[in-house]
Write a protein that binds this ligand. Sequence first.
Ligand code: NAD
Length: 255
Amino acid sequence: MGLMDGKRGVIFGVANDKSIAWGVAQQLHAAGAEIAFTYLNEALEKRVRPLAEGIGATIILPCDVASDDEIAEVFKELERLWGTIDFVVHAVAFANREDLKNPFTQTSREGFALAMDISAYSLVAMTRFAVPLMPAGGSIVTMSYLGSMLAVPGYNVMGVAKAALESSVRYLAAELGERNIRVNAVSAGPIKTLAASGVGNFKEKLHIMEERSPLRRTVNQEEVGKASLYLLSDLSSGVTGEVHYVDGGFNISAA
Ligand code: NAD
């Protein structure tokens, strides 16, 4: 018996086999879940489709989360094919490269709005469309980073977006708790992925983790996947509105 046997849901945010979303997908699949995937564009479809099909996925859809219509289309298709779903994984973020490189004061109005739209608002929109497909409850998990709480050099506007994302998690959780829909975030330590390559001083962040985190090492996609599995499964039935750190304890360590 798998922890997720009989459960179905959708993962937004696989770009390749290094994606955190793929780490989550592997854990969910191993636990028996049936998973639908989305991809941002045709170039990424070429990477996502073989991965998804390799674990038996049959629903693989395009979705730019900047568009409410495209998000709506995904959930309409899930309703048509499955009727209901049990979980949603939101592992999507974007900021202009220059806004992660330049001093924070140089962030443009457009760059600020873009980072907030793709990285934070998209969770709210996604949840709105997911709720009608979760009549008996469900679990929604998003991905955050410590830069939401602390001014981490090079994280800049993405830190502001993650603060909005974590706050959105709390407001969504507060509103949806009575429907038995839980909303949580995993705050991961730095992991080498496509998105991470845009973050300033990224290598240094990995070194600092190795030197200063209580576990004295970095974390990986599998560890984020396992924590997400906990939050998406009934093991965490009493948990909502939380930011769950998977960072080797770095967030509690001053040393
Ligand atoms: P990744 O590049 O593999 O994933 C980012 C995903 O966002 C990609 O699949 C990309 O296609 C998608 N995306 C970007 N703009 C989009 C749009 N408009 N519509 C739809 N999809 C879009 O990198 P990752 O590190 O796995 O990132 C996943 C999540 O984890 C992000 O929210 C990121 O901020 C978060 N996170 C990453 C780290 C890290 O160090 N890698 C640490 C903490 C949190």
